[in-house]
Design a protein around this ligand. Structure first.
Ligand code: MTE
Length: 298
């Protein structure tokens, strides 16, 4: 299925965008528009959420814990220039500019489901590049087994870091085969525009078969290592958030069921829908976990 977001943009988004422009934001919105990405066979044909929902219902604790806090407060993040340090077990460690890691000519559009561990979900038309392409360029050394990611640590720009809700900076990690999987991307845009700050500008990870907290935002460092790296939510509450965090309707969170989810934008009476194993990406990723006890490695 090859779809571009323009083929499937819901009318609500079109109307939202008109309201947005009417609100006198045109000058702000214009420079960010017009980012192109090749359509991808990995895209879902489900209807994407509206731009309004995607950019106003967020988790980004560096800017507060409320869903509307990131949209309201992330303007203080300076996203350009921005570079990502890639180090550890790689042949060509260094500091790489975002334009270099994800040049516009290489962008693909990936319309993915996002399932948050809090049991809500969205469909988001990302623009990005496969993480594997970036890792291939820097040359992963044979002994590397894991990839560790870090978000910027700067309480001046990220005022939420003045409170100790998490042990900053936000950290995440993947097994190397998960990082190299073709579904795993580094996103720099969505809905045909540069990534808004609240969604993790200028570059963030997207791993669609895992709970959203694995998809770390505003990445400044990527380290190849032979040890499983510490991850923020796992460090905070190891009994509730695991390293793998694969979407799994059969393994409940200790405080709530993961069997169903609320699709944002469907309204109060939209009802809940069943959560799918690996968020519906089982055909592509189940093989990564063959023989693993998924309730134990949650
Ligand atoms: N990355 C950082 N640095 N800080 C965060 O608080 N929240 C995570 C993830 N990445 C988070 C983060 C969670 S819980 C989710 S569900 C997704 O980002 C939300 O992404 P979105 O706001 O773009 O939908």
């Amino acid at each position: 299925m090859k779809l571009k977001w323009s083929d499937v943009t819901p009318e609500a988004d079109y109307l939202n965008r008109r309201a947005f422009l009417a609100a006198g934001m045109a000058a702000l919105a214009t420079p960010a528009l017009g980012l192109q990405g090749r359509p991808s066979a990995f895209s879902t044909d489900e209807t994407p959420n509206s731009l309004e929902d995607i950019t106003h219902y967020n988790n980004f604790y560096e800017f507060g814990t409320g869903k509307s806090d990131p949209a309201q407060y992330s303007g203080s993040l300076k996203t350009s220039p921005w570079s990502v340090t890639i180090d550890g077990m790689v042949d060509r460690p260094g500091s790489y500019g975002v334009e270099d890691l994800a040049p516009e000519s290489a962008l693909e559009e990936r319309i993915y489901r996002l399932r948050c561990v809090e049991a809500w979900s969205m469909v988001i038309p990302w623009l990005g590049v496969p993480l594997a392409a970036v890792l291939d360029r820097v040359g992963v050394q044979p002994g590397a087994k894991f990839v560790a990611f870090r978000t910027l640590h700067d309480p001046e720009q990220m005022p939420g870091q003045r409170t100790r809700i998490l042990d900053w900076p936000y950290r995440e990690g993947l097994r190397l085969d998960e990082a190299m999987h073709p579904l795993t991307i580094l996103a720099t845009g969505l809905y045909g525009r540069i990534l808004p700050n609240q969604n993790g500008a200028p570059i963030r990870l997207v791993v669609p078969w895992k709970y959203g907290f694995k998809s770390i935002k505003s990445v400044v460092s990527i380290t190849l290592t032979d040890r499983q790296p510490p991850c923020s939510w796992q460090m905070m509450q190891p009994g509730e958030y695991g390293f793998y965090a694969n979407v799994n309707p059969q393994v409940d969170h200790p405080r709530w069921s993961q069997a169903t989810e609320r699709r944002i934008g469907r309204g109060l009476f939209g009802g809940r829908q069943e959560t799918l194993m690996f968020n519906g990406y089982g055909d592509q990723v189940a093989g990564l976990y063959a023989g693993m006890h998924l309730a134990k490695h949650y």
